[in-house]
Structures are given as structure tokens and as C-alpha cells.
Ligand binder design. Structure first.
Ligand code: ZN
Length: 392
């Protein structure tokens, strides 16, 4: 059976940081592992390029929006290429095929009766592209996710009947206890759903930088909500709504996300898929966050770890090893130069370096450096099979 592994598509409002690299290293390692075992594996990454925030960032940089998105997107792609990330496709939400696929999906959900038109009035955080209820705001004004102040917006909007899928979602979490990994993260999702789901606003009229409505609906004022557009990339990348050429890879084996976007992937995304009559991904894997020297990283503090700088200074393999080794999957981790250097010195230079040295010494001494590669592969296959983490 084939494997399909995804990272989130990264938002092009800023350059790649260590959090992006972490998700990408995890997904890349899993994809390499499956490919090494001989599994037919498809690995997707890419960039998320629509929404008001991108429009505004482009304006601030005095650039046409598409040009701005092109530059940041290329930055991500170049970094992954320089890091040897083994993706099979790099999708951009400004790709024509993606936009067509999203329109097809919107149409299908609409025709099913799961989308209706109404008015939305709520507190909107431009930075997170998310509406919040009064209850969710901090001190009645500030975004609970990023802390920025929110605006009250009333606008005509199309809504997705998310509330209709409450019971089906809860049943899915119960029937599939490994749907959300690690399991410890499932409770926050289940409690959120149990708290009651409100229908989800899935279009905007306040900006234009987004996927246009399908022609059959004829409502040019609206563009699609960035999360609907973005989440659908996981199937449009396989040709959903257009060529369908790689749809046999669906459902995904595992979709890796940061814990901050778990709610979107474990609630909205499966609900959209149910509405589209598509099977749900086998696993949503949510990893933790990185701090630096015990402190939260932020642009304003100027303490964001530049992935490229670390990789240039110490080598990408060292960085990859450190991040994957330092933190059990799902937990938060701390990046410090001390911890990084200690781990590389003790585990890679000393332990692994020593092992390699001895092997080379022994193979010279006992076999004149000749080892039959088929024997090695045979041994590896047994070992890898024994370690197999069953994803199905
Ligand atoms: Zn926010």
C-alpha cells in the first residue's frame, strides 16, 4: 500500500524559521524511511499564499502581491533544495490547478447543501486570519492565539455547516484513537468539539487576494477563506478536481503539523473531507514548539534562530540530527548552542565517529575493505522491518 506524507504549506508572510525546518525534517525523515523500505511514497510540501495578511505584507514591501508571494515561496523552496529535502511535489496555492481544484471542492460542498450564505459579525484577527467569539478574546479585545488586537467585522459570507459534523467527528476520534498523535493532544481537540461547533465562515468580501468563487455560483464579491483554500492543497496536489492523476495516494498516511494549527487539521479538515465524501487521513501528527535558550522566539525580540545560518555554520545533517534527537515527538524543545554542540560532539563525533572508525579498521583488517552490498541490504531490510512503525 502506498504512503502519503505531508507538511503544512507554509505561509509566505515571512522567511522560513526553525519551526518550519523542524516540521519539514520530521516529514522528510518519515518519507525517506518509507522510501528506503521500498514503499511507494509521495511526499508533499509547499506554500500558502493567499489572504489579507499577504496582501498587506506585499503593500508594506511595495511589491505587487504575486511578486511578493513568488519571492518568499522561492525562499522556502530553495532552502529545502539546499537541505536535500526529498519532496515529490512543492505546491503553491497560487498554482492554477490548485485554484481549480478548490473551486471544484467548493462547488461539491455547496451542491451537497453544506454551504449557505449569511452574515458574519465577529472579532477578526487579521494576523491569524481567524474569527473569534467574544468569549475567546483576551481582555475583550485581543487575539487568544497571537495577542494582537482584533477588529469587529460584519460582512456577507458563505458558511460551511461545521456544526452538522460534530457527532461524526467525535465518533471518528473515539473509533480511531490514533487519529491525533500524540494521543495526549487529542483531548484538547475533543473538548473543543464537545464545546459546540459553530458554522464556519468560508468566504470573505473584505479583500481580493484569494481563490475566486466557482463560476456556477456567480458571486464575484467573495473570495475563499484562506483555511479552506489552504487545507484543500493536500488533495489538489494529487490532482483533485483536475487531473486526478495521483488521487490513489489519498488518504494521507500522516499529516504533520505544529500544535498551533492542530485544530484546523483535526476538526475543519476532516469535516471538509466528510462533506466531500473523501476518506480521512490516517494520522494527524502534531509536534511541539521550540524556544531559544528557554525563551519564546519572536521577531521583536530578535532571537529567532535562522535555519540557514545554523546549517551554514554546522552543516544541515547536524541540525537535522539535533532537532529530531533532542525532543520526543509532540513535546516542546529548547534550542541552545550549548545543547546543540554537546549533542553533536558526544553522539555524532564520539559515538558514531568511533563506531565508523572501528568498522573501517576491522573491515581493513579482516576483509580487505570488501563487503558484499547485497548482504548489507538483506540485513538492513530485516532490521528495518523489525523497527517498522505500522502506520495503517
Ligand atoms: Zn491573532
Amino acid at each position: 500500500m502506498s504512503k502519503y506524507i505531508t507538511t503544512p504549506i507554509y505561509y509566505v508572510n515571512g522567511e522560513a524559521h526553525i519551526g518550519h525546518a523542524y516540521t519539514t525534517f520530521i516529514a522528510d525523515s518519515m518519507a525517506r524511511y518509507e522510501k528506503l523500505k521500498g514503499e511507494d511514497t509521495y511526499f508533499l510540501t509547499g506554500t500558502d499564499e493567499h489572504g489579507q495578511k499577504i496582501e498587506e505584507s506585499a503593500q508594506k514591501n511595495f511589491k505587487p502581491t504575486q511578486e511578493f508571494a513568488d519571492e518568499i515561496s522561492a525562499g522556502f523552496k530553495n532552502l529545502w533544495d539546499d537541505f536535500g529535502i526529498s519532496y515529490d511535489k512543492f505546491i503553491r496555492t497560487t498554482d492554477e490547478d490548485h485554484k481549480k481544484g478548490v473551486q471544484k471542492a467548493f462547488e461539491a460542498i455547496y451542491n451537497k447543501g453544506d454551504i449557505y450564505k449569511d452574515f458574519y459579525e465577529g472579532h477578526y484577527c487579521v494576523s491569524c486570519e481567524t474569527f473569534f467569539t467574544e468569549m475567546q478574546l483576551v481582555d475583550g479585545e485581543f487575539c487568544p492565539d497571537c495577542g494582537r488586537s482584533t477588529n469587529v467585522i460584519k460582512e456577507e459570507s458563505y458558511f460551511f455547516r461545521l456544526s452538522k459534523y460534530e457527532d461524526a467527528l467525535l465518533k471518528h476520534y473515539t473509533d480511531n484513537p490514533d487519529f491525533i498523535m500524540p494521543r495526549s493532544r487529542a483531548n484538547e481537540v475533543i473538548n473543543f468539539v464537545k464545546g459546540g461547533l459553530r458554522d464556519l465562515s468560508v468566504t470573505r468580501t473584505s479583500f481580493t487576494w484569494g481563490v475566486k468563487m466557482p463560476e456556477s455560483i456567480k458571486d464575484d464579491k467573495h473570495v475563499m477563506y484562506v483555511w479552506l483554500d489552504a487545507l484543500l492543497n493536500y488533495v489538489t496536489a494529487l490532482g483533485y478536481g483536475t487531473t486526478e492523476e495521483n488521487m490513489s495516494y489519498w488518504p494521507a498516511s500522516v499529516q504533520f503539523v505544529g500544535k498551533d494549527i492542530l485544530r484546523f487539521h483535526a476538526i475543519y479538515w476532516p469535516a471538509f473531507l466528510m462533506s466531500l465524501d473523501l476518506p480521512l487521513p490516517k494520522h494527524i501528527g502534531a509536534h511541539g514548539w521550540w524556544t531559544r535558550d528557554g525563551e519564546k522566539m519572536s521577531k521583536s525580540k530578535g532571537n529567532v534562530v535562522s535555519t540557514r545560518e545554523v546549517a551554514d555554520a554546522y552543516g544541515v545533517e547536524n541540525l537535522r540530527y539535533f532537532m529530531l534527537r533532542e525532543v520526543p515527538f509532540g513535546q516542546d524543545g529548547d534550542f541552545s548552542q550549548r545543547a546543540f554542540i554537546d549533542r553533536i560532539n558526544s553522539e555524532l563525533s564520539n559515538d558514531l565517529g568511533n563506531l565508523l572508525n572501528r568498522i573501517i579498521g576491522m573491515s581493513g583488517k579482516y576483509s580487505d575493505f570488501e563487503i558484499d552490498s547485497s548482504d548489507v541490504l538483506k540485513y538492513h531490510k530485516k532490521e528495518l522491518d523489525a523497527m517498522n512503525i505500522v502506520l495503517d
